[in-house]
Design a binder for this molecule. Structure first.
Ligand code: FAD
Length: 516
């Protein structure tokens, strides 16, 4: 991909000096995993298509590896998005490429057991494992998905592998979508080396090459519906500081919502999309997680190298009602993130940061049953209601204890669970006596990076928002093509599932665009 093609990928709304008024066949809201793929498929089918993205258009040259600048540039609410009760930090991308710009590139399919349950419980037979498999294969080929070689495993991931193996626990290498990785470790701030095979680098340029038009800095604010059909949408063109500088008005036969599980639901709610069974925004899952740190007596430099390349699946399976719902992977933060997460104040905090290079950090993420809800907040922004239920809290507690055992087994001299009142342990025996009552909102820093659900797919309009084709139950031409579609949590990294569903369902969007 030549430099000139990259810089011409999107029109920057902030440089428009007039309203944006377009007449097209299809308009896609959001340019992340789902939106980029829907756009590409529409354009390749010869449908005149436009994508609107509320965030900016940033390229490799902008990704300067500075936490304080990249968080503000690439994340929703400058990295400060949380649940309504402030208990869980929710990280989501904002910008051309969505959350694929700064994700850690793990690639996993939606597990077969989950797809089978979706077919049985939600009537989604079109995504049964054997039906969806060719679409997964196609997407993995498009994004150059491969297993991360053992030689590229950094010290933090090696700690996980060693600890899990010593305990006899199930684990293994992960797959990713990087090519030419320099192993700098800055994936979550945008790749300065353009090694990510993501929406920004791969899918959106393919969409543009097929004729799609992509606009940054344009926020969709209202979907227009007339007589049970979509007719287009309106929006705001945003200036460099997010100020409203002009209006957008797009006429289209098909509208595809791909603003993520929070953004799509908020837009649908703000637009008064018909919702007779009060389903829009419900069924939010986020994979809440927390971290555990091990202090070793040697330098690990866990910030260096590919952040996540190994997983422990000893406590994870996908059968309905399972009591094994935690996924364990390494999680390491750059200095500002680590300083914010490490407990203590003053001299104690300084001591903790002096050990930064000797830390290994693991995280337990819950394959959650809790159902949160997206409602409308100030300025029609998404407000996220999500309070972990007791069963999920128990799972997380089990996961944190497991992380601590792995760290001890790998040789940590001290293990810290950075709760509000931190738990410091020097002996794995202490874990047998640990009271995990602190695993609750506000007593433990919680983070979630995988919002899913809110515009669920299913055959029953009483339990879902869109049908098995991705089209709204009551509005012709209104489709969803992002993480909102998932009727349940999937217990692992969602991007491949989202790209694949958007690809797989695009045939129905194309058909509607041709016939509407
Ligand atoms: C730090 C981090 C690490 C992650 N690591 C991984 C990983 O390793 N593997 C993995 O599979 N997943 C990972 N994820 C999650 C993954 O990136 C997301 O699940 C996936 O990108 C979601 O796709 P999406 O299409 O639903 O939404 P997104 O990719 O979030 O895209 C939505 C886009 O829509 C835009 N938008 C929203 N509302 C509007 C509106 N009204 N008008 C216009 N535009 C709008 C947003 O600005 C955004 O750019 C990670 C996420 C984070 C935050």
């Amino acid at each position: 991909m030549g430099e000139s093609a990259v810089t011409e990928l999107a029109v920057r709304g902030r440089q428009l000096h007039a309203d944006l008024v377009l007449d097209t066949e299809a308009v896609v809201v959001g340019t992340g995993a789902g939106g980029s793929m829907a756009l590409r498929e529409l354009a390749r089918a010869g449908i005149d298509s436009v994508a609107l993205e509320e965030g900016g258009y940033h390229t490799t040259a902008d990704f300067n590896q500075r936490e304080e600048q990249m968080l503000a540039l690439l994340f929703q609410e400058q990295g400060g998005r949380t649940t309504e009760d402030l208990a869980i930090r929710i990280l989501q991308g904002r910008g051309i490429g969505g959350s694929t710009i700064h994700n850690t590139n793990l690639c996993k399919r939606i597990p077969d057991a989950i797809l089978s349950a979706w077919a049985d419980d939600f009537g989604l037979h079109d995504v049964r494992p054997e039906v969806l498999a060719p679409s997964f294969e196609r997407i993995e080929a498009d994004l150059s998905v491969s297993e991360i070689p053992a030689a590229d495993r950094n010290a933090n991931n090696e700690v996980l592998r060693l600890g899990a193996e010593r305990l006899g626990w199930r684990g293994g290498p992960l797959k990713h979508n990087r090519v030419g990785c320099q192993k700098s470790g800055f994936c979550e701030l945008g790749c300065s080396y353009d090694a990510k095979q993501n929406a920004l680098k791969i899918v959106l340029p393919q969409a543009a090459a097929a004729g799609a038009r992509i606009y940054a800095d344009v926020r969709a604010t209202r979907i227009h519906i007339d007589g049970g059909r979509v007719t287009g949408l309106e929006g705001m063109v945003l200036g460099e500081n997010g100020e409203h500088i002009a209006n957008a008005r797009i006429r289209a036969k098909v509208v595809v919502l791909a603003g993520s599980a929070t953004g799509s639901a908020a837009l649908a709610l703000a637009s008064g999309v018909p919702d007779p069974h009060d389903q829009i925004g419900r069924g939010l899952h986020v994979h809440p997680g927390a971290a555990v740190a091990g202090i070793f007596d040697r330098t690990l430099a866990s910030y260096d190298g590919i952040p996540q390349s190994y997983e422990c699946t000893e406590f994870l399976d996908f059968e309905r009602g399972s009591d094994r719902r935690v996924w364990i992977v390494p999680a390491f933060a750059h200095p500002i993130g680590a300083a914010a997460a490490l407990p203590g104040f003053g001299a104690a905090h300084m001591r903790a940061m002096r050990d930064y290079r000797k830390l290994a950090v693991l995280t337990a993420l819950v394959h959650d049953e809790t159902e949160g809800r997206v409602v409308l907040g100030a300025g029609d922004r998404p407000k996220i209601r999500y309070v972990m239920n007791d069963a999920d809290r128990a799972q997380l507690a089990k996961g944190l204890v497991a992380c601590a055992r792995i760290l001890f087994a790998a040789g940590a001299k001290e293990v810290v669970i950075p709760a509000v009142f931190p738990h410091r342990m020097r002996d794995p025996g202490e874990l047998d006596r640990l009271d995990t009552g602190f695993v609750r909102p506000h007593e433990l820093p919680l983070t979630a990076v995988h919002p899913m659900g809110t515009m669920r797919m299913g055959t029953d309009p009483k339990r879902s928002v869109v049908g098995p084709t991705g089209e709204h139950h009551h509005v012709r031409g209104l489709f969803v093509a992002d993480g909102s579609l998932f009727p349940t949590s999937i217990g692992g990294p969602p991007q491949i599932g989202i790209y694949t569903l958007a690809f797989h369902l695009a045939r129905y969007v194309i058909e509607r665009a041709r016939t509407a």
